[in-house]
Ligand binder design. Structure first.
Ligand code: F6P
Length: 548
């Protein structure tokens, strides 16, 4: 069944929200807390090892009531049923969206084109496990009989960001293998990585769903050429493996069929880390941890699928985000992980969120007249506090933020952890309350400032507060909790796409740039009479002169 195609602005709930927004847009969250001593409890969800507090948001019980009504009116329940059961909800590409099947139990039955996909998923999982164990144990050897020490993941977009982010996030769980990620077509990237490699002990994992991506094929070619400077052609078979749907193209590249881990068209690139695209994750942290990651994601799938909307973490987070995006007109959202391990998390989410929901045509093919996908950005705390937090606290823009923290530190360093957590809690409190004139004056009193100095400094030291945050407090960073966290955002993306009545699973917008780049590449060595605007033409000619 196709997804329902309902313009959200025509719903009763949207009209109620519009009116309600006018009533509460200037309310300070401080007053909401003051008038309801139970606010933090009624506006939080405790589920397994997740404690999600959304009370520090500019909303009331009435707001939540209307937002939940909106979810009902756009028929979110029906859309979810189609999402999980393999309906062709990626209509413009004619595909199912089944990354959830990759982490479903063996006993599940998920039919695509009349065939249950679960046996094939588990067959590939078995291959990932066997291959991982052989590499990690050192049993599998390179062309000179040495065990592998390094793994190079060659891919871009979903074939890079997911594996790179997870390997970074689970660094604590890593084994002895050193992992490298080559993605950019900029040759400086691959050459810097080459400097660190020994051809005798390096395994190359070429990951590309389509196996037509310029960046990945260029990098794979460069690495193979470098490898062949040291080894002969037969050695390629024991050092290069691939993950792709395009078996023919992989074989053309020169990788043996036996070294190809398949994936499927019903898995979107940016949601593919759960498939063999996650092979580098499995190699880096071991298959058992990879499996735990998948199990965690599956638990979040079940939570999402079976919990009423009011207590459903992805649904609630998606609705709150719609509230800011469409009513407060907030342009962006920040994601701040209070863990150095989450350094690449926001970058990863950028593809997931912005490639999915950066659309301006609705599911009827009409141009939307409301805002869709938000901008996503972020860096870990506490570093980000010393970089861009000033703008969140005192700038002119409203930036709702997710704060993600882990109660237990992995290295068990109490001193550092207490300091980290004190900052984690302090920032959302500061963003909520701000600092009033009276508080600033009192502070200055104790600093013994003159009256003139006090009056001069007062306006700059006042913080308005009323800046919204969600706190996602997780017991500990484990493969399973990371799996839950990623799946939580995946479902948030889905819910928002349903509400905004857009297709979240295609990405036509990235095609034009690729096509033009291919055209321009040919023109670098061709005749000079090209069809370009004068700016591009000047720049092109400038480059041609400089490169000679
Ligand atoms: O940027 C567009 C895109 O198609 C992404 O959606 C995808 O993750 C990436 O390119 C890489 O594609 P592939 O895995 O086919 O090389």
């Amino acid at each position: 069944m196709a997804l329902p195609a309902i313009n959200p602005t025509t719903t009763q709930a949207w009209k109620l929200l519009k009116k309600h927004f006018e009533d509460i847009k200037n309310i300070h969250m401080k007053d909401l807390f003051a008038s309801d001593s139970n606010r933090a409890n009624t506006n939080s969800i405790i589920w397994e090892d997740f404690y999600v507090d959304y009370s520090k948001n500019r909303l009331t019980s009435e707001t939540m009531e209307y937002l939940l009504q909106l979810a009902e009116e756009v028929k979110l329940k029906d859309a979810m049923a189609g999402y999980f059961s393999g309906d062709v909800i990626n209509e413009t590409e004619g595909r199912e969206v089944l990354h959830t099947a990759l982490r479903a139990p063996k006993s599940a039955k998920i039919i695509v084109d009349g065939e249950d996909v679960m046996p094939e998923i588990y067959r590939v999982k078995q291959d990932i496990e066997t291959f991982t164990n052989n590499v990690v144990s050192g049993e599998l050897k390179g062309y000179t009989g040495k065990s592998f020490t390094d793994v190079v993941n060659i891919g871009i977009g979903g074939s890079d960001l997911g594996p790179a982010m997870v390997v970074e996030s689970l660094q604590y769980y890593k084994n002895h293998l050193t992992t490298h990620f080559v993605s950019n077509v900029d040759g400086d990237h691959v050459n810097e990585v080459i400097k660190e490699l020994d051809p005798e002990t390096t395994l190359f994992v070429v990951v590309s769903k389509t196996f037509t991506t310029q960046e990945t094929l260029s990098n794979a070619n460069t690495l193979r050429t470098w490898f062949l400077e040291h080894a002969n052609q037969e050695a390629v078979a024991s050092h290069f493996v691939a993950v792709s749907t395009n078996i023919e193209k992989v074989k053309e590249f020169g990788i043996n069929e036996a070294n190809i881990f398949p994936m499927w068209n019903w898995v979107g690139g940016r949601f593919s880390l759960w498939s063999a695209v996650g092979l580098t994750i499995s190699l880096a942290v071991g298959y058992k941890n990879f499996e735990s990651l998948l199990e965690g994601a599956h638990q979040m799938d079940e939570h999402f699928k079976t919990t009423d909307f009011k207590n459903n973490i992805p649904v609630v987070l998606a609705l709150i985000s719609v509230w800011y995006n469409n009513f407060f007109k907030a342009e962006s959202e920040a994601v701040i992980g209070y863990s150095q391990y989450l350094t690449q998390f926001a970058t990863y989410l950028q593809q997931g969120i912005m490639e999915s929901n950066g659309k301006s045509v609705d599911r009827n093919g009409d141009k939307v007249d409301y805002q869709t996908g938000t901008l996503i950005w972020g860096e870990p705390g506490t570093n980000s506090q010393h970089a861009f937090f000033q703008l969140i606290h005192q700038g002119t823009k409203l930036i709702p933020a997710d704060f993600i923290g882990f109660a237990e530190s992995l290295h068990g360093n109490k001193d550092h952890q207490d300091k980290l957590m004190s900052n984690f809690l302090a920032q959302t409190e500061a963003l909520l309350n701000g600092k009033t004139k009276a508080q600033v004056l009192q502070e200055m009193e104790s600093q013994k400032l003159s009256d003139v100095e006090k009056q001069k400094l007062l306006p700059f030291k006042v913080f308005e507060g009323n800046k919204p945050t969600n706190t996602i407090f997780i017991k500990k960073l484990t493969p399973a909790s990371l799996g839950k966290l990623i799946a939580m955002y995946e479902h948030k993306i889905f819910v928002q796409g349903v509400i905004w009545n857009i297709f979240s699973y295609d990405q036509w917008g990235v095609e034009l740039g690729k096509q033009l780049a291919n055209k321009i590449l040919k023109e670098f060595d061709g005749a000079e009479n090209y069809e370009h605007d004068s700016s591009t033409l000047n720049l092109l000619n400038y480059y041609k002169k400089q490169r000679q």
